[in-house]
Design a protein around this ligand. Sequence first.
Ligand code: FAD
Ligand code: EPU
Length: 335
Amino acid sequence: MKILKDHSLQAYNTFGLDAKAKQFAAIKSARTISTFLKGNKEALFILGGGSNMLLTNNIEALVLKNEIKGIEIIREFKNQVHVAVGGGENWHQFVLWAIRKKLGGIENLSLIPGTVGASPIQNIGAYGVELKDVFVKLEAIDLSTGKKKVYFKNDCQFGYRDSIFKKKLKGKVLISKVVFRLSKNPKINVSYGAIQSILKEKKIKKPSIKNVSDAVIQIRSSKLPDPKVLGNAGSFFKNPEISKRKFKNLQQQFPNIVFYDLPSGKVKIPAGWLIEQCGWKGKKIGNTGSHAQQALVIVNYGNATGSEIKAHAERVIESVKNKFNIALTPEVNII
Ligand code: FAD
Ligand code: EPU
């Protein structure tokens, strides 16, 4: 394992922030890292694609960049297969692999940046599908012992943009492999109106998983900035969930409020709407600001520091709190 010192992380985070890692190593196999960890005393930090983090400081640790590869069908059933994927595989490339093999279940999650190993951490989700819907189990390496552990779906405490890996196990394990259940007879999920509109426009009556993936890519490309062009980490905040009583009071004050009723009885409000109502959409302050097409995304216009972006997030939180009495919580990991 080659260890580099004072290594710039600018190319390894989608905000494009120039923080440094005290030490840096790329991990190519679970076995190498297990062996290394048995004698390790350094503080460790796991890096995937850097698409859900805001680096406000240098990382005073050994940064382990997950590059464990491999996609393999490990079990075949009549209607489905189990696929084991190395944690360092690129998520979208895995989605494209599944589409080529005509295996359904993850097409609605097309074009989400980052690695497969990070996908269970916040239970990635988009357009009516969450990772937990196709998750079987994962293998992780305990960072304090180097031993392998297996976590099944019930162990993972999956929730909206949440799992045990963001709570009790945060920073404690490296997810080296994830096993997914994909379908040979995919059920198409076009519950999102925007997907239906595109299919209608293209006169597609019986959509394939490829058609759905293409529609998702089209929608995402129209409103989410490409990190290669404009640094960002996707939605900066989670969509808040509030009680029905609080919602009814808000609705009286703001009759146009956008909302979704949840099975739990709570109500979800799109944070993008709240932020836009506070006047932040498209507003630029110094090197940062809220994106003009999607107010939930905070962008780096070129030379922002992590602290500048964090200060912008704090301004947004404060104004949403003042106007709506709702506390936004960041989805992005602030380091
Ligand atoms: P990183 O940013 O590298 O890491 C995130 C956290 O996980 C860090 O705390 C890191 O230490 C830890 N970590 C990473 N890999 C491992 C591992 N193998 N083992 C243990 N810990 C690990 N997310 C959605 O859910 N839905 C979306 O629609 C969506 N759209 C996005 C659009 C854009 C343009 C961008 C930039 C981001 C978007 N995201 C979305 C967020 C992001 O893509 C996901 O959170 C993704 O899973 C992060 O993967 P990563 O490999 O980049 O993780
Ligand atoms: N809206 C506004 N103004 C805005 C943005 C949104 O008013 O500037 C309102 C609109 O009414 C819109 C609604 O919010 O219809 C929802 O917006 P959108 O469909 O863009 O989705 P979102 O709730 O902002 C969530 C996820 C995304 C995911 C999409 C699609 C969160 C925090 N974000 O965004 O995930 O791709 O739905 O399913 O749940 C991410 O996690 O990084 C991410 C991009």
